[in-house]
Design a protein around this ligand. Sequence first.
Ligand code: SF4
Length: 308
Amino acid sequence: MTANLLDFDLDGLAVFCEGLGEKRFRATQLFRWIHQRGARDFDQMTDLAKSLREKLRGCAEIRPLAPLSRHDSADGTIKWLFDVGGGNAVETVFIPEDDRGTLCVSSQAGCAVGCRFCATGHQGFSRNLTTGEILAQLWYAEHTLRAEFGQTERVITNVVMMGMGEPLQNYSALIPALRTMLDDHGYGLSRRRVTVSTSGVVPMIDRLAQDCPVALAVSLHAPTDALRDSLVPLNRKHSLDELMAACRRYLDHAPRDFITFEYCMLDGVNDSPAHAQALIDWVTPRRNHPGVSCKFNLIPLTPLRPLG
Ligand code: SF4
């Protein structure tokens, strides 16, 4: 079977190259060609020995995702829909700002969490993306935009794992993808500029702290368990208390000294002054209540249908 080289972080690629009888520095060269220079064709990789290029042609490929559509907005935002087979598609969004270019990347086709206000949640879960499919979104966007903007330097400075899916429910594919984003031979992004957004998979927040502590965002959306149980069903498994404790533990490892809380404001559901006060009470440290260092991102949202 032909291996997709986008499926490997640098350690994985080194093991693959070892299997071909090649030394680690060859894997590093190959990794740089793929991720830094956007090469797909082994013949372009002129500093690799001809014999290695031949071996690679026989057993490996760099498999991109096919864009089904692209939508460019007046503010420079670009939205791609990528085909991931089986009738499934995932969305990737580039958001340019004066001082940064952010790519919002999907981790799953669909999502099993089923948040009540979310279009992806309503669609249900199809499957986890592979590491190669996660990285293919970044690979495609970075090298397409570099060519379009006539730029040789990096276009995407920030990645947020905030597209379709719950990234911490696709952990084994996520970690090599994050490592490739951070790797100086890959995309060389700083940990502070790569964000994993979760709806609150508490045990995996702890694992992420150990394995690859990047910036963390939590989709909070409610200040009480009763309300969050109904909006974010995962809360029935991991309560707000548990989630806040995991956030505090994460801060010991995080590259930033705060957690970002995403809060979709749903008219008449979670947006009253009492909800705001309850949130402040949650996060503010006081006697017998440690609070948590955080920043809120308030998102006005129109639900797909009345939440009742
Ligand atoms: S976890 Fe994210 S993608 Fe999944 S249903 Fe909730 S909001 Fe939607």
